[in-house]
Design a protein around this ligand. Structure first.
Ligand code: SME
Length: 137
């Protein structure tokens, strides 16, 4: 089994690479189901610190993905009523779930300061990233 320190380092490296090389990825982080609780816990991330280290299932974009098991692409965060704002600079968000043995165990969450930047190519790319992440957890 991979030690947690190693896994967290690797996840943080992934966040750093994505944030550094894709100009419209401005906050990149992982949330994981918090044990048996119906909530997400913030994992490794890169970008502005957030107060939202715990997110109940169903709340915000992240909490909705924990329940829906579907990608959630938000072109304009101001048009969402079930949205948790982390920073006023954020214009758009994408959340893609991570599945281990078919179970939704967490997600990658990306905020963008650019309006409507995410395409299906981002979804396919992030699904690939999440599949690779699932292999190292
Ligand atoms: N905006 C997210 C909360 C997490 S922050 O983006 C880091 C949401 O609505 O779930």
């Amino acid at each position: 089994n991979n030690s947690k320190a190693t896994v967290d380092e690797r996840l943080r490296n992934i966040c750093q690479l994505l944030e550094k090389h894709i100009d419209y990825y401005n906050w990149v982080g992982f949330y994981f189901r918090n044990g048996d609780k119906e909530e997400l816990k913030l994992g490794p991330y890169v970008g502005a610190p957030t107060d939202h280290t715990i997110i109940p299932f169903g709340k915000g974009i992240c909490g909705q993905v924990a329940v829906s098991n579907q990608n959630f692409v938000v072109p304009d965060v101001s048009a969402q009523d079930n949205y948790i704002a982390c920073s006023i600079t954020v214009k758009a968000e994408i959340v893609v779930p991570i599945f281990v043995n078919g179970e939704n165990i967490g997600q990658i969450d990306i905020d963008s300061n650019t309006p409507d930047p995410f395409t299906e190519a981002d979804e396919r790319f992030l699904e690939f990233v999440c599949a690779k992440v699932a292999e190292i957890l």
